[in-house]
Design a protein around this ligand. Structure first.
Ligand code: SF4
Length: 301
């Protein structure tokens, strides 16, 4: 009898999250799969995440419900140009955000997540390394600004977080009385991050909400994908939690790729094991890609 595990990212719709054995951010899901060995993993998320699950769990079948669920950080990165860039800075250490394709990961020395990137880059500078950072330009710009790094940056963005807008935030804040907070994911643009009370990973933002001890009448704006607001509101129904506005003023920012994981497709994948199977990674590419991932996993913060 096959053991089946369904994993869902926080950015999927609540109805899909309810179908999952575990809900989390990308690394959390890959590590959960490792701990809870399964023959078949139905992965409600996007393709680069499913690839990471496969790299960490090569003996499991990994099925993504929809072939088209990619990510702008992947589609904005031309791999041949990335290789040229890497070559141009061949004496640098290449740190790549986990939100990248497998072909991207194998060009890197270290993989990082938004949870551990600061400590890993600080460590690299402390031992005299020069660093290039890819693919998220916004996150790299924030790290350079906040910690005084001088990393060379690749130029791609998360099309969702990049839409949050500082002007619209100012406008909204001037209209709302009382106490207000802004918490943001570091994939957001720097002007938004500069206004934030807290900047953290998806997991970090959720923890911030869970542990919030301020005035319960405060309005808390969140600059990240709308899916996580469901988890935030279920953990703290007493708080007024709203999504931050985008450039048009609309508080309506969602990831189209994550939303391709419909209830219908996830249920079908669970029942018939159909969808887009991550069965195209050779043993060699898995061996190469696991090296920078293991460097990160073995790094003690
Ligand atoms: S939210 Fe952004 S980084 Fe995440 S999958 Fe969607 S486009 Fe990619």
């Amino acid at each position: 009898m096959n053991k089946i595990l369904t994993l869902a990212h926080y950015y999927t719709i609540p109805e899909v999250q309810k179908l999952a054995d575990h809900v989390g951010d990308s690394l959390d899901l890959a590590l959960y799969a490792k701990e809870n060995k399964a023959d078949i993993i139905i992965f409600a998320g996007v393709r680069f995440m499913a690839e990471t699950v496969k790299i960490i769990n090569p003996s499991s079948r990994v099925i993504l419900p929809d072939y088209n669920s990619t990510c702008s950080l992947v589609t904005m990165t031309d791999i041949d140009k990335l290789k040229e860039w890497r070559q141009k800075y061949s004496e640098y250490t290449h740190v790549a955000y986990i939100n990248s394709s497998v072909e991207h990961k194998v060009t890197s020395d270290w993989i990082v997540t938004s949870r551990n990137v600061v400590e890993i880059v600080k460590y690299l500078y402390s031992i005299g390394k020069k660093v290039i950072y890819s693919p998220d330009r916004n996150m790299g710009a924030y790290l350079n600004y906040e910690y005084g790094f001088d990393m060379k940056l690749w130029d791609a963005v998360c099309e969702v977080h990049d839409k949050f807008n500082a002007y619209q935030l100012d406008k909204l804040f001037s209209e709302i009385g009382g106490s207000k907070y802004l918490i943001s994911h570091p994939e957001s643009p720097l002007p938004v991050l500069k206004k934030s009370n807290f900047i953290g990973s998806t997991h970090g933002l959720l923890n911030w909400i869970v542990n919030f001890k301020g005035d319960e009448k405060s309005v808390i704006f969140v600059a990240t994908e709308e899916g996580i607001l469901y988890n935030m509101k279920s953990k703290r129904p007493d708080l007024d939690i709203r999504q931050a506005p985008i450039y048009s003023g609309c508080k309506c920012n969602s990831c189209p790729y994550m939303k391709m994981n419909t209830v219908e497709l996830v249920k079908r994948a669970q029942k018939e094991y159909v969808g887009f199977e991550i069965d195209y990674l050779s043993d060699d590419i898995i061996k190469q890609a696991i090296i920078p991932i293991e460097r990160m996993l073995n790094f003690k913060i």
